[in-house]
Design a protein around this ligand. Structure first.
Ligand code: NAG
Length: 500
């Protein structure tokens, strides 16, 4: 009797261990209430512009789009045909062909990438003097110093590595052989520079500071364990953490990227565990750039992720899955944030998603795999049939009442109606009974209404919580911290705009 009771007790204990172990594997409470740790391991300058303050010539970072007007001819430099031939100075207004994207070597030395993606240089592989845009690979002859006028930094002269200046000799002849040194309007080497747009992402900040000065401070101070404590005590149970492809090459990623994001992600797993939260890893920046946005860590805004990048991107997923698959805190791995249509084709995306899914499944059968819908012109249901053949997968949609003219004229009520009608039906369309789960992986309390009251913001957020609460995998607010208050869930909670 005694021994049999003893045995039973042991058996029960053993069984309960097995049971709770297997529970631990699947102990994710869905739907998740999550927040994005944006601007932490993948920088987005708009969220905290002061991060860039210490960079010399900080308005001339990689990807900055500039135009040059000859003060003498009063005409713009133009890569004729958008590139592939000569550079001329005969345009009276500036558009795509007259716009040059900077690749920064150091604070004053750059290459200029044109519309068709070639680089400005000297003809005959640098032996000639006429300016052309034919090289696909910037070398010395595609490298120029921008010399800024002290009193007027957008009045510039452009010098080759041999020390001679570019000059607009005539509307159809731009050469690199000028020795003069004046700043007069009549000087053919003087240009008025216009900065059209700029990018402030991970590439820009790392390359802007340079490998020696690019600091780790941000990573260790922006998000700490206290934040996990704040999140969990305010009703959140998960974080979505954007990471960049270079995390797989930590601690020595290729320049200009800086090591250390892997340690930060390890810390996040520990802090999440300490506070009863889960982690969704989100590959936010894929090599080549899947959307051309600064948060994809693009160098110059061109969207170049494609077939040639699939294998390397799968390797990043494999790396992350191998490292965290057996960590009970891992909820999901997102294979790619916001691929953009039509640059990312559905064919390439599905091929990649299948391989990325397989890479995760090599290491775990239980972690969810998140498939982000394409932005841009794409059917929101285009992944459903593919995803239906996989298990434990999630369709990720991002809902902002922003970034489209249609929102700029809406009042508060119309914004709220849009959530209850349009968003609700969009979300239903990707929320299927037996297929993948649905996830509103990004949304925000910010909208385009000017001068909205606190109550307006509260109602707008409430509407979104109501509707996005129906997503079967859950939702994630963008973001946890941000200089712009309505984009910061921390601020929204602390100031009573949102209660969970
Ligand atoms: C500028 O010069 C190029 C090269 O001679 C010529 O093909 C083009 O038509 C000119 N464009 C204008 C607007 O003058």
């Amino acid at each position: 009797m005694a021994s049999s009771a003893y045995l039973k007790l042991h058996l029960a204990f053993y069984l309960s261990c097995v049971f709770s172990l297997s529970l631990a594997q699947n102990s994710i409470q869905l739907p998740l209430k999550a927040v994005n740790l944006g601007n932490w391991l993948v920088i987005e300058g708009w969220m905290k512009p002061s991060l860039f303050d210490g960079i010399p010539n900080k308005d001339l970072l990689d990807g900055t789009q500039v135009q040059f007007k000859s003060t003498k001819l009063q005409k713009y430099l133009c890569a004729e045909n958008g590139g592939g031939t000569i550079v001329v100075a005969n345009r009276s207004s500036a558009s795509d062909w007259e716009t040059f994207r900077l690749w920064r070597n150091d604070e004053s030395s750059f290459s200029f990438r044109v519309f068709n993606k070639q680089f400005v240089g000297l003809e005959n592989q640098g032996q000639g003097t006429t300016l052309v845009a034919v090289s696909n690979d910037p070398s010395d002859s595609e490298t120029f110093q921008i010399i800024r006028n002290e009193g007027d930094p957008n009045r510039v002269r452009i010098r080759t590595t041999s020390g001679l200046f570019l000059q607009a000799q005539s509307e159809t002849l731009v050469t690199a052989d000028y020795e003069g040194s004046s700043w007069d309007d009549s000087d053919p080497s003087v240009f008025q520079m216009t900065i059209k747009s700029r990018i402030r992402g991970e590439y820009q900040i790392s390359n802007g500071y340079g490998p020696e000065r690019a600091s780790q401070d941000h990573r260790s101070t922006y998000i700490t364990e206290d934040d996990f404590s704040f999140m969990s005590s305010n009703g959140l149970n998960a974080v979505r953490i954007p990471v960049g492809w270079w995390i797989a090459l930590d601690p020595t990623p290729p320049k200009p990227f800086v090591g250390g994001s892997l340690q930060a992600l390890d810390n996040a797993f520990q802090w999440a565990q300490n506070h009863g939260m889960k982690v969704i890893i989100d590959l936010h920046a894929a090599q080549g750039s899947q959307n051309g946005n600064e948060h994809s860590a693009t160098r110059d805004g061109y969207q170049e992720w494609g077939e040639a990048n699939i294998q390397d991107t799968v390797s990043v997923i494999d790396f992350l899955a191998a490292r965290y698959a057996n960590n009970p805190i891992l909820a999901a791995i997102g294979l790619m944030n916001e691929p953009m249509s039509p640059g990312v084709t559905l064919d390439n995306l599905i091929r990649y998603y299948q391989m990325g899914y397989d890479a995760v499944r090599k290491h775990t059968s239980s972690a969810y795999v998140v498939l982000s819908n394409r932005l841009g012109p794409a059917d929101s249901k285009e992944l459903l049939s593919f995803a239906g053949s996989l298990s434990n997968v999630v369709i990720d949609v991002h809902y902002y009442n922003l970034f489209s003219d249609s929102f700029s004229s809406m009042n508060v009520l119309q914004n709220i109606d849009f959530i209850y009608n349009q968003r609700s039906s969009d979300l239903s369309a990707v929320t299927t009974a037996n297929g993948p789960l649905s996830f509103v992986g990004e949304w925000s309390g910010a909208f385009a209404v000017q001068g909205a009251s606190m109550e307006d913001y509260q109602r707008f957020a409430k509407a979104q919580l109501d509707v996005y609460g129906r997503a079967t995998f859950g939702w994630a607010y963008w973001a946890y911290k941000c200089d712009a208050n309505y984009w910061s869930l921390k601020w929204m909670i602390e100031n009573n705009y949102i209660q969970l």
